[in-house]
Design a protein around this ligand. Sequence first.
Ligand SMILES: [Zn+2]
Length: 241
Amino acid sequence: MSRSTTGCQRLEAFITVRNMTSHAAAPAVLLPRLDEPTPVLLMNTIWADRSGVHDALTTPSELSAWLKAVGHRLFSGGDRAAATIRAIDVDEFRRLRTALRRLAAELTHDTRPRALTSIEGQDPEWAASLLNTVSAAAPSAPTMQWPERVAQLSPPAGVRPPVAALAAIAGTAVGLLAAPDSPQLRACQAPGCVLYFVKDHPRREWCSAACGNRARAARHYRRHRGARGPASRASHGPHHS
Ligand SMILES: [Zn+2]
């Protein structure tokens, strides 16, 4: 995985995830927009910078770091799934990620070439089938703590935590992707971005503030360059600055 770029918020975040150890940084600083639903966070472990598209989930230690950051959102004690990762778990998480990105591409009419490289050769039917299989494999149950009356999800007994975590992500994804009134999933159209996000505000157009800044800068550059086209450049008119 390349580290050739500088100043990229996502790159720094994922390096932080990759390098973190058991009691390192607090989850809130690990990923930009950690408030996305967990299926979107999984989709977004494919990310990009100027040097290309990158994968933040290639080894058990990377998956472990990622689950340490987001696992608590899946079910009670979900972050402890990070402690028991095997190599096969990496394969399974990546497979579900491919399915989620395939369905997301379909739903958002995604035409971003770099975003589509990660799902080449997969069709939505395969993706939906995989999603359903994973979700049904280890469904977490809603439980209530008494006397606090706090509701929480509990993984099924006897299931390895990483398997339960994957199933929980798939279950959340069904709610995210299936319902007619489901949240508005979007593909970020900032230059070069391959991430998805849920449009949780009418004016939100980008996956992150960083992408919004880059998109505005690119738009400004295009306008500026357009104003400095051959004709205006020859005239040295007022558009030339
Ligand atoms: Zn973006």
